[in-house]
Design a protein around this ligand. Structure first.
Ligand code: CP
Ligand code: NVA
Length: 301
């Protein structure tokens, strides 16, 4: 593994490997066992979109690993004034040991990896959010003890989270169902992979998808960059909500996850959100541990 660009690139074994290391790093942190695997290393973090969790967890994670994180807002970089990503990649590769980037187009992340010579980590694009899904998988394994025989149901927009969740949960062997409106389905490449597993179903009926689910996940109806479509989307996604009706058809001990930020009473009710807050905030914490594992795998000597 040279980069973390998208969930589709990872094998099931690579995912499990990262999760095992993430569990170990979480244990070490909780027991005050130093783990300076990246002593003296630097990580550049380029943000073209807002962030709370991704920024703070990468920044803190890098400190805990003995390294140094640099926050690089794209509006302050020459990239924000049109310097090509190919040149930015070649320059930054000469200063840094790794780059995490949050941007719009997946191609920008792929280009950084192609033209640079250091590990690139995708901190969210319109296509993929692999760091989030590694944390989600870590949380499921922590609460359920296994992936075997479990079903994950995703309800909502076929966006970056849907693309990565469907791919990641299928890769660890789980069954996956999705409920998305007809015009808001996941990416074609994701659908192709998902259909090839024989463990994936998609429908426009949330209740049908949620039947017997062990893990229910949703995400905002309008992602970053889609603010202008918010009203159209509110109408399109009406009914695509995790609520008591959905929970009633899922398995008794079903977990609920949300990458956050959450829009209460849109994709999830306040009641269900608060009833599952323990899982949701453990999931947020696990961003830290999962990303530290990714950085160690990619950047340690
Ligand atoms: N879930 C997530 O990526 O959160 P931020 O946008 O706050 O980084
Ligand atoms: N789909 C959301 C995820 C935020 C973490 C977005 O892209 O805005």
């Amino acid at each position: 593994m040279k980069h973390l660009l998208k969930m589709l690139d990872l094998s099931g074994e690579e995912i499990i490997d990262i999760l095992n290391l993430a569990d170990q790093l979480k244990y070490e942190l909780k027991h005050n066992i130093p783990h300076p695997h990246l002593k003296g290393k630097t990580l550049g973090m380029i943000f073209q979109k807002a962030s709370t969790r991704t920024r703070v967890s990468f920044e803190t994670g890098m400190y805990q690993l003995g390294g140094y994180p640099l926050f690089l807002s794209s509006s302050d970089l020459q990239i924000g004034r049109g310097e090509p990503v190919q040149d930015t990649a070649r320059v930054l590769s000469r200063y840094l040991d790794g780059i995490m980037i949050r941007t719009f187009e997946q191609k920008e992340v792929e280009d950084l990896a192609e033209y640079g010579s250091i590990p690139i980590i995708n901190g969210l694009t319109d296509f993929s959010h692999p760091c989030q899904v590694l944390a989600d998988l870590m949380t499921v394994r922590e609460f359920k003890g296994t992936f075997e025989g479990l079903k994950m149901c995703y309800i909502g927009d076929g966006n970056n989270m849907a693309n990565s969740l469907i791919t990641g949960f299928l890769k660890v062997g789980m069954t996956v169902s999705a409920a998305c409106p007809e015009n808001y389905r996941p990416d074609e490449k994701v659908m192709e992979f998902a259909n090839s597993t024989g463990r994936f179903t998609i429908t426009d009926k949330p209740l049908e998808a949620a039947a017997d689910a062990d893990v229910l996940i949703t995400d905002v109806w309008a992602s970053m960059g889609q603010e202008g479509e918010a009203e159209i989307r509110k109408a399109a996604f009406k009914g695509y909500q995790i609520n008591d009706e959905i929970m009633a058809v899922a398995n008794d001990k079903a977990m609920v996850l949300h990458c956050l930020p959450a829009h209460r009473e849109e994709e999830i009710t306040t009641k269900v959100f608060e009833e599952h807050a323990e899982e949701i905030f453990e999931e947020a914490e696990n961003r830290l541990h999962a990303q530290k594992a990714v950085m160690v795998k990619l950047m340690a000597d």
